[in-house]
Design a protein around this ligand. Structure first.
Ligand SMILES: Cc1ncc(COP(=O)(O)O)c(C=O)c1O
Length: 415
């Protein structure tokens, strides 16, 4: 059970009691953790579930006939059902556990891309993409002889959809791969529209939902995509596990990505045949307790309610953009608040983002400084790095105030 009701607004006070990291204080204050886009903190409900699993239910999965192994398998497969329901997958067989969103995208790029791309084909990504949804496609395109193109952004960090017709005229588009929410700017991309366009071109639509799934309701059927990737550690779950949802007929037709135990039907000296979905794509012993923790994290955030989480983050983002907007020496990047998620990237005039982050840390404020794994985007913005504050369900307005006070200090000492 979570410590809040499902009503809007969130009872952050009660909810923050679920997070042990907030119990540690420095100078009488808990850490102002404003780096949830990078990874989220874990509530007791997830930690307790994983501990109980290890203490009472742990064995390897899918192979033992003894009861403990059956229980472990039930925990693991129960988590798969939870993930499937979370994204409204038509079938739990379409959900593959991976190590991360990164591995999910690599799986598609390798297993679908190597089989289906060739000279004359085009892969389209966006200028906003995280490297996880950029580099695998760039690499597989170059391996297969396909062209690699991108949808550029405008000065506000939003996709310039007017280029789609030109892209379509240039070649046979086979893959459109875009994030639902940009990790650097918070831009919310029009994925339904891009999915419809991708299908008009005869392409598959691959959605990187790493920054969306933790914060807003995801429905793969409504999005109209073919593959969707996300990670557990960004939604209050453990690291080391992520998920890939894929359309069954595409997954069925794909060759395996990793090979070894578990993913086979039969192995002979001459020939091996492969297991059914989803096991064909899950070679070796999986991250079992992590899957259970992933399921517990989804239960946790679902019980709070994704709409309530999204609304809470939106209000904080409005507040943060207002307050940061008052600082004449701070440049904000990204779209208007109505079209962005809980992420605010900015530049403090005359101060390197690493110095900003370090000085803020002295006051117990954790922000991210760097290129955020979006170097093409940084090049487009004309900066090497930004400072980024990002919010989650446990973030509060007082932390935004601490950030603003901290930035005044930064400006005073270095600006
Ligand atoms: C938009 C986006 N895509 C993909 C990833 C990669 O996620 P992971 O590191 O969990 O594989 C991230 C992580 O920051 C991200 O923000």
């Amino acid at each position: 059970m979570v410590a809040v009701s499902t009503s809007i607004p969130l009872d952050t006070e009660a909810l923050r009691a679920d997070f042990p990291f907030l119990e540690e204080q420095r100078d009488g204050k808990p850490l102002a953790y404003l780096d949830s886009a990078s990874s989220t903190q874990k509530p007791r409900q997830v930690l307790d579930r994983m501990r109980a699993f290890y203490e009472h239910e742990y064995a390897n999965v899918h192979r033992g006939v003894y009861r403990l192994a059956e229980r472990a398998t039930e925990g693991y497969e129960g988590a798969r059902r939870t993930v499937a329901a979370f994204v409204n997958a038509p079938s739990e067989r379409e959900v593959i556990f991976t190590r991360s969103a990164t591995e999910s995208i690599n799986l598609v790029a390798y297993a679908w891309g190597l089989q289906n791309l060739g000279p004359g084909d085009t892969v389209v990504v966006t200028e906003l993409e995280h490297h996880a949804n950029f580099v695998p496609w760039q690499f597989i395109a170059s391996k297969t002889g396909a062209s690699f193109r991108h949808i550029p952004i405008d000065d506000a960090g939003e996709l310039r959809l007017e280029v789609l017709d030109d892209l379509a005229r240039e070649g046979s588009i086979k893959v459109v791969a875009t994030g639902l929410v940009s990790n650097s700017l918070g831009t919310i991309n029009p994925v339904e529209r891009l999915a419809a366009w991708a299908h008009e071109q005869g392409a598959i639509m691959v959605v990187d939902a790493a920054q969306a799934a933790p914060h807003r309701t995801i429905d793969v059927q409504a999005l109209g995509c073919d593959f969707l990737a996300f990670s557990s550690h960004k939604l209050c779950g453990p690291s080391g596990i992520g998920a890939l949802w894929g359309r069954r007929e595409l997954l069925e037709a794909m060759e395996p990505f990793n090979l070894g135990g578990e993913m086979i039907r039969s192995v002979g000296l001459e020939r091996t045949t492969f297991n059914e979905l989803p096991y064909k794509f899950e070679a070796g012993t999986p991250a079992i307790a992590e899957a259970v923790g992933f399921g517990a994290a989804i239960d946790y955030i679902s019980e709070i309610g994704l709409p309530a989480i999204e609304q809470h983050e939106h209000e904080l983002t409005v507040y943060a953009m207002d307050r940061l907007g008052e600082l004449k020496w701070v440049r904000l990047f990204g779209p208007p608040v109505e079209r962005r998620a809980g992420i605010v990237s900015f530049d403090v005039a005359g101060v390197h983002p690493h110095d900003v982050a370090q000085i803020l840390d002295w006051d117990g404020i954790a922000v991210r400084a760097g290129h955020h794994c979006t170097q093409p985007l940084m090049a487009r913005l004309g900066v090497a790095a930004t400072t980024r504050a990002s919010f989650y369900l446990y973030s509060i307005a007082e932390e935004v105030d601490r950030l603003v006070d901290g930035l005044h200090k930064v400006k005073k000492s270095l600006g």
